[in-house]
Design a binder for this molecule. Sequence first.
Ligand SMILES: [Zn+2]
Length: 378
Amino acid sequence: MSLNIGRIIGIPVRIHYTLWLVLLLIAWSLAEGYMPQHYPGLGVTTYWAIGIVSAIILFVSVFLHELSHSYIAKKNGLPIARITLFFFGGVSEMSEEPKNAALEVRMAAAGPLTSFLIAIVLGSFWYLTVLVSGPVPIIATLYYAALLNGVLGAFNLIPAFPLDGGRVLRGSLWRRSKNLLGATANATRVSEAISLLMMAIGLFFVVFGDFINGLWIIFLGWFIRSGAETSLRQTRLTESLAGVRVGDIMTRELLSVSPDASVQQLVSDYFLVHPHGGYPVISNGKLLGVVTMSSVRSIPREKREVERVSEAMVPYERTVTVSPTTLAIDALQLMAKNSVGRLVVMDGDRIAGMLTRGDLMKTMKARQDLGLWDHTHV
Ligand SMILES: [Zn+2]
């Protein structure tokens, strides 16, 4: 659904297919509709040139908007996993939530402010070009580009998740109440009200003739609704692990495997007997690596008798390790980032235990069931 286009300030950037569609749609509708209507008398090539240049400007504008969020995040030590550009802006996927309310507000506000700034700059150029009676195609392009950025900034200020305005709202509520979960729940309620209102308005448009615009509004309403729910779920998750450290929940009694055992032995003596999905490979008290079900699955049955565990395992250099004092939520993010289901817990150069995704899920479920949330955040 998304295409990687490279990295900027160290963050991978992807383009969602909706952005391509909208860029094409904008170029086409400007060239065939808007421009000939508002600036008659230009050639077909000129209209298309205006359309294409405007689409490129829109792309750059969306990109700068998103980059401003990521820039503020990075500057404040908040890692951004990747940026995905959508038609209305983008989503900077933070691998963690902002640590304080003021930062969340600043980060969210940066995007619309950038869009308004671009609108003002382009608007000034437009004004100057009009003053000196410059070429009409340039006047038309500048006007439309300034307008688009103004709309982009305004749309993102709607106080609904996952739009920037929704984050500003949550940050402000959070700052006042010092309760992240409560603030998220309230901001989500506002978002749901707005999304329902948008869908109702969209439906009204569809019924009374403006089919295309009506569909757009319904779609945006639906988008806001699902985004708000995802945010709430994410926050619940973070909250339910607040204050928990790896050492509190890891598995300590480990069965280890010798590197010289055959893969067949590993299957029959470990995987078929014990309920674990992976084992540390240890020789003379030293951790050599980790062997998991998926390391075994890739080896054909007939080779399992001869193949050694040492050949099948993920070697130590490539195992993802944490320390017992690592926060559980950081461990969860580390698993997602590396696409692994278990982490080796190292206490210095001694193996202290293993932590699996299952361990984390069990903890979260238990804490949510018991209502053991740390509600206070500063
Ligand atoms: Zn934004």
